[in-house]
Design a protein around this ligand. Structure first.
Ligand code: GDG
Length: 510
């Protein structure tokens, strides 16, 4: 139990930061990868806290023991939310991934606005709210993450929770003309107004959000105050700001020079002697622009035959959402293109593309970062993109070049050192690879030094600190350190109205 009056950090996200796996001896837990986990795990590991989310398996299995083991190793407690297969289908694969994900990445043509998805989305948000209301104490700070849980603040209020609640959107917020396509545009914005602080990745997202609020919600007053805006709506007042997420810079820089990583990175280069490595690391997702990138690489080899046998694209694609047909099609498209380009240009002893379709362990990932001369990060749209920052942090010799899409949130911070490209302009991307390949050492060092400084000064702890300062005027170090937690968290009761509140919520939001 937390000491009386002490504020704890309660994180709520769609998934817990672990993957449950089964083998002959039973269930076990391993940490999962992904942007959100990479960003928040170091924070909670240092300070402890509670993480609420779906454990990724069907509700019939008793997860108490494996999760307790996960808790011991993770340094924070995990609280599961159970979802039925039908809920996972309509809420996660349906509303989150077929409606909000494509729409918020400006791809409205890929949306499936199924009203059943919306109904389940609200029900599931209410489920998360019930677990959160049971778990969080009155003084705790509840920090909700991402597009799966945009109605959670509203559900919590209807359950009588008066604590301060923050929300951070990891993906972009779309411009008004795209957002207006959403059939539930009013309900989503209205629900978001129940949070006390809304954090977005960039100033572009922040401006889009405010424009949507002004256009869709009547009688709302928006007061701009530098990078933070105050919204007044009836009795409520809340704040909105841009808080660019980042990485644990020191950890990447430290691990990059470890014996293990140095050895692995040397080995990668020995396998590709005297060749420049161009690295791509992307989740399997149509927003990451992988086919466009492959097309640009084909153009480069066609227009600059002198680069053949001197340059190799190592493209890591991390499996993701593989049961969705659109993602299966994308995988086939990528593999067809890789096969075609390799078939066209390969000569004895050199293939232009090394394609890896699996998740790498962390040391291996950092070894690839360290071994590569160029990183090619070209999403069509991305909330931030942590890979670009991790590559720079791991580039300890400061001799590498980052090519970055201007549509990644990271471009706002990294524009002075990276070569910015429009990922749709494959000729421009090919030129940028050529430029990076030919860049002299002084320029490379100058650019990478600037990039690393920027990321070092704006690391993940800075991100959490600025969000919490705006939320409750506290620094991260003012939350109790890990040793102040007992293994089992005792709960403060909250005013709880059960069924009636669930019905109010559903009626109010539909
Ligand atoms: C969302 C937003 C936003 C990747 N491959 C491996 C691996 N990873 C880790 C990387 C990085 C993370 O996954 C990917 O983060 P991104 O930011 O690039 O992208 P999303 O997963 O789409 O994340 C994004 C982010 O949330 C945070 O707010 O930046 O815009 O879409 O940390 O290192 N990790 C390991 N093996 C891999 O093969 N161990």
């Amino acid at each position: 139990m937390a000491r009386k009056g002490e504020r704890r950090l309660v994180i709520v996200s769609n998934r817990l930061p672990v993957v449950m796996e089964h083998n002959d001896t039973g269930w076990f837990v391993r940490p999962s990868s992904g942007g959100l986990v990479t960003a928040l795990a170091p924070v909670l590991r240092d300070r402890g806290g509670i993480w609420i989310g779906w454990p990724g398996t069907s509700s019939e299995i008793d997860l108490t023991e494996p999760l307790a083991i996960g808790t011991r190793t993770a340094g924070y407690s995990l609280k599961p939310v159970s979802l039925t297969p039908q809920e996972v289908q309509n809420f996660y694969f349906g509303f989150a991934n077929e409606v909000i994900w494509p729409l918020f990445h400006d791809l409205q043509g890929s949306c499936n606005f199924d009203p059943d998805y919306w109904a389940t989305y609200q029900e599931v948000n209410f489920k998360y709210a019930e677990v959160t209301a049971e778990t969080a104490g009155k003084g705790d700070y509840i920090w909700v993450h991402d597009y799966h849980l945009m109605c959670l603040g509203r559900a919590l209020r209807q359950l009588g929770v008066n604590s301060l609640i923050g929300f951070f959107l990891h993906i972009p917020f779309p411009p008004l003309d795209i957002f207006l396509k959403l059939p539930w545009r009013f309900q989503i914005l209205r629900a978001l107004l129940e949070f006390d602080l809304i954090g977005l990745q960039t100033l572009r997202d922040y401006r889009n959000f405010l424009q949507c609020i002004r256009a869709v919600i009547k009688d709302v007053r928006v007061q701009l105050n530098g990078r933070i805006a105050t919204i007044r709506f009836g009795e409520r007042g809340l704040r909105v700001g841009a808080f660019p997420i980042s990485i644990d810079y020191k950890a990447f820089a430290r691990e990059a020079v470890s014996e293990e990583v140095t050895e692995r990175s040397r080995h990668i280069h020995e396998e590709l002697p005297k060749r420049h490595i161009v690295l791509g690391v992307d989740r399997l997702d149509y927003t990451k622009g992988i086919p466009h990138k492959l097309d640009a690489f084909r153009r480069l080899l066609t227009q600059h035959p002198e680069l053949r046998e001197q340059i190799t694209l190592v493209q890591v694609v991390v499996p993701s959402r593989e049961t969705i047909p659109k993602y299966q099609d994308l995988k086939m498209e990528i593999e067809r293109m890789v096969g075609e380009i390799n078939g066209l240009f390969t000569v004895w002893g050199w293939a232009p593309i090394i394609y890896i379709f699996r998740s790498l362990d962390r040391d291996e990932l950092i070894a690839y970062y360290r071994a590569s001369e160029i990183a090619l990060v070209t999403p069509l749209k991305d909330g931030m993109n942590l890979v670009s920052k991790e590559f720079c942090a791991s580039s300890v010799e400061e001799e590498c070049v980052l090519i970055l899409s201007e549509f990644a949130g990271a471009a706002a911070q990294l524009q002075n050192g990276a070569l910015l490209v429009n990922p749709y302009d494959t000729e421009l991307v090919a030129d940028a690879i050529h430029r990076a390949f030919s860049m002299n050492r002084v320029d490379r060092k100058y650019r990478m030094h600037k990039l690393r400084k920027k990321i070092r000064e704006n690391d993940v702890f800075h991100w959490v600190d600025s969000f919490l300062k705006a939320a409750i005027g506290r620094d991260l170090h003012e939350f109790p350190p890990l040793e102040d937690y007992l293994p089992q968290v005792e709960l403060d009761a909250v005013s709880y109205r059960g069924e009636t509140a669930a019905q109010d919520f559903l009626q109010g939001a539909s």
